[in-house]
Design a protein around this ligand. Sequence first.
Ligand code: AR6
Length: 186
Amino acid sequence: MERVEREIAGTKLVLVRGDITKQEVEAIVNAANPDLTPGGGVSGAIHRAGGPVVTEAAAKIRKERGRLPTGEAVLTPGGNLPAQYVIHTVGPVWHGGNRGEAELLAKAYRSCLSLAVQHGIKTVAFPSISTGAYGYPVPEAARVALRAVRDFLRENPGKLKEVRFVLFSPADFAEYRQALEELERV
Ligand code: AR6
């Protein structure tokens, strides 16, 4: 079955295969671009499903604050999505691994979780940030993502009820499952 469930410091960590726009959680995370425009990939899908409420709220933030730096996160309403909120973050573009990509990717996950906690959001779903158009290799990204989330949950016990990774393809799901099992062995 394409679902894995663990418990980390009072929070449920779940890996599932699926479509993030369909998730019934309080907040879904968007792998955005710095201009917070819809773009393609998961971002295009989230803006399409959420509708103008999401796109207009994102445009307003862009206008007020300028481009969103890599690793940072902002919150908009979810519009027509089942999720009440969208947390938009910008992951790093992969340049081969020697330009601070891992630290920036970990920062993106941490920023989203911090923002959720600040807003009293208890359930959050992530896509695989940076592994589409931004070219981050999935095995490496999975390791960084899962370690960042695990460390955040250990440092903030009981603050979140569930963190869910929603992997779009069976191959991505398998990579994340393997990365989780490896992380548990060390
Ligand atoms: N649900 C879950 N995951 C999805 C969905 C979905 N509905 N659709 C795609 N994915 P990407 P990035 C997966 O390219 O690499 C945009 O144009 C997809 O299979 O969406 O961070 C932005 O505007 C992949 O595994 O994000 C930026 O310019 C993962 O989501 C740029 O792409 C991330 O792929 C961001 O690139």
